[in-house]
Design a protein around this ligand. Sequence first.
Ligand code: GLN
Length: 327
Amino acid sequence: MPEITGRRFDKAVRETVPRSRYAASVDLAVLLDRIAADVVPELGNGAVADYIPALARVDPRRFGMAVASLDGTVAGVGDWQVPFSIQSVSKVFTLSLVLSLAGDEVWWRVGREPSGDPFNSLIQLENEGGIPRNPFINSGALVVTDELARFGDVTERLLAFLRTESGCSDIEVDAEVATSEAEHADRNRALAYFMASYGNMRHPVPDVLAQYVRQCSIAMSCADLARSALFLARHGVRNDGTRLLGSSAAKRVNAVMLTCGTYDAAGQFAYRVGLPGKSGVGGGIVAIVPGRCAVCVWSPALDARGNSVAGVAALDHFTTETGWSVF
Ligand code: GLN
C-alpha cells in the first residue's frame, strides 16, 4: 500500500471538496438562477396537501427560493415574494418564542427525539404517557402552543415577531386557509384531547386548537420567512441586534430542527441537505446555515412524508454547490 503523505492528502481534499467552499463569497443571484433551472424537472412531482382543502387549490408547479444573509440582504428567484401558507414552519417560531419566555420549562412536557412516524401520528402518545416525542410533530406543537398561551394570544405574539423580523407589516393569517383547516382538524383535536387525558394540556382544547390553526394559516413569502429565521443563523440575535435566545438555546433549536424538522424524513433530509430545516405542508422549507444565512424555499407538491419535493431538491443543490452544510 502506498504511503499516504501530507501532500497527497491535501490533493485528495482539494479534489473532493466543492471549489466554492473555498470561495470568499458566492454570487447568490447567479447560484439561485442555476438552482431554479436545475429543479424544473422536479416541479409538480408529488402532490399538494389535500386534507386541508384550501391548500389543494394552489398550483403545484410554483417555485420560489430566497437566501437572507446575516446583514439582512435577501437574494431570491422565482416566486420568492409570493405569500404561501407557512403551516408547520410556524413551529420553529413558536418553539423559539416559548423558550425565550419560559426557558427550559417546556421540555417537561415535550421530548426532543425524532419520532420516525408521520407528523400527525397518535401512535407513540399512548406508550409515552401523553408526552409528544418532539415540538415539530403536531402533538408537540400543540403542547408548545398551549405553553405559549400562558403569555397571551399566541397568534398575535407570533405575528408581531414575524412582522418585525421580516420588515413586512402586512403579514396576516389567511382566513380562508384557517377556516378550511379548522373544519378538517379532527386528527389534531384527537391528539390534543388525548394529551389532555394525560394532564398535558393547560388550557381548554378548543382554545389551543384555535390558536394552533391560526398560527399554521399565516401566509408569508420566502423572503419574509428567510429574514424572520435569521436569528437562528445569528446564534439567537434578532435583526435589530437584540437577543431572542441565548446562543446555547439557538443551537438547540437548530439541533431539534436537524433531527426532527422534517418528521420521518429527517434522516434523509440530513443526508441530502445537511442543514437544520423545518418543512410545512404548504410546501415551504426553512433551512439554517449557522453563522452565514437563512434559506427558504417553496414549492407546493409534497412527497409522501409531507416535504416539498422540489424544495428538498433545491436545498440539496444549494449545499452541494456551496459546501455550506453543518457537516
Ligand atoms: N396545520 C397542519 C396540520 O396540523 C400542519 C402540518 C404540517 O405542516 N406538517 O396538520
